[in-house]
Ligand binder design. Structure first.
Ligand code: NAD
Ligand code: UDP
Length: 320
């Protein structure tokens, strides 16, 4: 296949590009580098079958040559990023998704949207199944992301219904792994960076809020299964191993051998209380389930922060 990956220079996108290339697909990575980086795809650039296009998909997606599939991942994903880039986030979820869908329609290509557990908002149903409609504050600070993704889902389904495009939607739950930006503000990258540098861990709220953390290799396996199928979804992709943020902090401190203190800071507005995917549908329809447990995934991630990210992590980390 020749696959267009929007957001392919980001954290998840770069792993997806790598996996697709490794199995012999050709990849066109389209990215504006707003939250991604060329270093993430450095190993792929120059390889036959890989092409990088520096473009903002909110302005349009023009790809020469055949296109068999479009994986639409372009969007800021960390709360710190989308709160910093609110209008760009709304634009890429709306106009960007329309352009990516148009590309798929023109080429009669498979289209997969990277949606998010945020479409469930601060959920009243637990764990979250795909038939839950969600509990989103449409005017809260997170709405720039949540509503952009909800619109992206709506326009994806409309293209399937009205233009016959072969579409699929995956709802991704918190994912972590190598290539998380140490300063992207997400909890796993923040805690690991802080633990390695001896800075205080920034724990928001009382730490009883939960998340369910999926290792990036597992997630990418699910996205590829979705690309290869005709499954419309939505399908949850995540690891149902639910942990409190306090548990995560303790685990990171233990695994890094860090004696960083924990700083308690106010909980951001509308921060969801609980998050856990029901992944029954992914197993039934895609034969997918996560395989890498949190301890193993964190070990790999901590090692990556210690080595590859060393130049980005302040010197104290290297002294350990
Ligand atoms: P990321 O910020 O690392 O990657 C996003 C990529 O999209 C970056 O390379 C960025 O430069 C690019 N991008 C942003 N706006 C763009 C635009 N207008 N045009 C072209 N490129 C643009 O984030 P990520 O964690 O890799 O997330 C990838 C996708 O998965 C996103 O759509 C996100 O909403 C979704 N997702 C991720 C998670 C997670 O935990 N990582 C959870 C739910 C959903
Ligand atoms: N969080 C935290 N400290 C941080 C970053 C995040 O305690 O430095 C909390 C945040 O309030 C939320 C959870 O960790 O309850 C997950 O946050 P993240 O930004 O990783 O993703 P979210 O699931 O909120 O999109």
């Amino acid at each position: 296949m020749r696959v267009v990956v929007t957001g392919g220079a980001g954290f998840v996108g770069s792993h997806l590009c790598e996996t697709l290339m490794a199995r012999g697909d050709e990849v066109v990575c389209v990215d504006n580098l707003s939250t991604g980086a060329l270093v993430n795809i450095a190993a792929l650039r120059g390889r036959p079958g890989f092409m990088f296009v520096h473009a903002d998909v909110s302005d349009g997606v023009d790809v020469q040559g055949p296109v068999d599939a479009v994986a639409h991942l372009a969007s800021p994903a960390s709360p710190a990023d989308y709160l910093r880039l609110p209008l760009q986030t709304l634009a890429v979820g709306s106009r960007g998704s329309e352009h990516a869908l148009e590309l798929a329609r023109r080429h009669e290509a498979r289209f997969v949207l990277a949606s998010t557990s945020e479409v469930y908002g601060d959920p009243l149903a637990h764990p979250q199944r795909e038939d839950y409609w969600g509990h989103v504050n449409p005017i809260g600070p997170r709405s720039v992301y949540d509503e952009a993704k909800r619109y992206a889902e709506a326009v994806t389904v409309a293209y399937a219904r009205h233009h016959g495009v072969n579409t699929g939607i995956v709802r991704i739950f918190n994912t972590y792994g190598p290539r998380l930006r140490p300063h992207d503000g997400r909890v796993v990258s923040s805690f690991i960076r802080q633990a390695l540098t001896g800075e205080p861990l920034t724990l928001y709220g009382d730490g009883t809020q939960t998340r369910s953390f999926c290792f990036v290799d597992d997630l990418v396996g699910g996205i590829v299964a979705m690309l290869d199928s005709r499954e419309p979804g939505p399908v949850n992709l995540g690891n149902p191993d639910e942990r409190t943020v306090t548990e995560l902090a303790e685990l990171v401190l233990r695994m890094t051998g860090s004696d960083s203190p924990v700083d308690r800071l106010p909980l951001p507005a509308d921060d969801p209380v609980r998050r856990c995917p029901d992944v029954t549908r992914a197993l039934q329809r895609l034969g997918w389930k996560p395989r890498i447990d949190l301890e193993e995934g964190l070990r790999t991630t901590v090692n990556w922060f210690r080595s590859c990210a060393a130049e980005q992590v302040p010197a104290a980390a290297e002294a350990r």
